[in-house]
Ligand binder design. Structure first.
Ligand SMILES: [Fe+2]
Length: 368
């Protein structure tokens, strides 16, 4: 046995944790709060953060202009704002987009480089310290070093990470997800599940990481009925956030695999939410890998209570009205883009372009 397991993020989990732990905000003199337009305010998280900062007499400025699927331009704007205000640490509040943008901004605040140079490189200087506060249960970004950014010049999303991109502290308060719509609750839960599943099946999976992934899959399984019946109460919200954090811890050690590689184009070109794009691919992904990882996949199906992959696929289409129809040209382009993602190489079964093309064709084929 041969593995490395490093989780340097202090994870504080529970309802009301920010107001009870204001001392953990003392990471600098002036905070740059990075968030989107609405979720930080609607969830109550921003109020709690302001309370904590006021309580500790820490100055702050707020950049609330993070867009969905943030671009290089967007993170450059946040960095310029942070520099102008002389912030010396960063607080991210939101779903994946603000947290990922904040990691890029924290790196760009200390490295005078073009944002595009973050992709595939580890910046020379350490990022500013970061606190991450999720307001959805899906991305797990609060416990990972990854930042997924949209790169228009490459027609896709790309990730960057560095050892100093891990948040110092993550405050996971499930009550912040109360204001989410059913659609966002479902889509983000499916994203969390895809992290757990892809990590469990990744070529980089390890026995210890499998324990984390399976614990998360069990937590997700205990939420499935409530998700299907639209009866998500406080207990379920707590379990979903737990599953999401575990998903983040799991992919910290393995990365994601084929589902994420294939899903990015569906978000970039067709506007599907990230989690929804992932679940549309779930059935094909399980079928494709079944022969190579029969025991692990059977274990997942058993935990979820499905007799077959077809039954699982039906569940993961919960809330999907219609799937986009792709033309042959689109399928060819998406295939090329997916093959260019490094996470394809971590899929348990070796993937060639024809495999990906076939999967897109079977799920989304039909347009002329
Ligand atoms: Fe994801």
């Amino acid at each position: 046995m041969d593995f490395n397991f490093n989780m340097p993020v202090e994870l504080v989990f529970g309802t009301g944790i920010i107001r009870n732990n204001t001392g953990k905000f003392k990471l600098g003199q002036k905070a740059l709060v990075v968030t989107g337009r609405n979720s930080a305010k609607l969830s109550g998280a921003l109020n709690d953060v302001v309370f904590a900062l006021d309580h500790e007499a820490i100055e702050y400025c707020i950049f609330d202009n993070v867009i969905n699927n943030p671009t290089m331009e967007n993170v450059a704007e946040g960095t310029a704002f942070g520099k102008k205000n002389k912030a010396d640490f960063v607080i991210a509040i939101g779903g994946g987009s603000p947290m990922d943008a904040a990691k890029a901004i924290a790196a760009l605040m200390t490295n005078d480089i073009d944002p595009i140079d973050l992709i595939g490189n580890i910046p020379t200087n350490k990022s500013l310290p970061l606190i991450a506060i999720p307001t959805t249960s899906g991305t797990g970004s609060e416990v990972t070093p990854y930042s997924v950014l949209t790169v228009p010049s490459m027609n896709t999303k790309k990730s960057f990470f560095s050892p100093s991109s891990f948040p110092v502290v993550a405050f996971a308060d499930p009550s912040y997800t109360k204001s989410l719509t059913r659609e966002i609750t479902l889509d983000t839960a499916f994203d969390a599940f895809s992290h757990l599943l892809e990590s469990y099946l990744s070529l980089k999976s390890t026995p210890l990481n499998d324990v984390v992934a399976i614990e998360g899959i069990k937590a997700f399984a205990s939420c499935m009925k409530a998700l299907a019946d639209d009866e998500v109460d406080d207990r379920i919200r707590s379990l979903l956030m737990y599953a999401s954090c575990l998903g983040g811890i799991a992919i910290t050690h393995t990365g994601t695999t084929l589902i994420h590689a294939m899903g990015y184009s569906l978000t970039y070109f067709k506007g599907l939410s990230h989690g929804r794009a992932n679940t549309m691919l779930m059935g094909e992904y399980l079928g494709f890998n079944m022969e190579h990882e029969p025991e692990k996949i059977q274990n997942v199906l058993d935990i979820l209570g499905f007799k077959s992959i077809i039954e699982a696929d039906d569940f993961f289409n919960l809330g999907t009205d219609e799937k986009p129809n792709l033309t042959v040209e689109e399928i060819n382009m998406y295939t090329q883009l997916a093959m260019g993602q490094r996470n394809v190489k971590l899929n348990p079964r070796k993937v060639i372009a024809e495999d990906i093309k076939g999967m897109y064709q079977r799920i989304f084929g039909g347009a002329k």
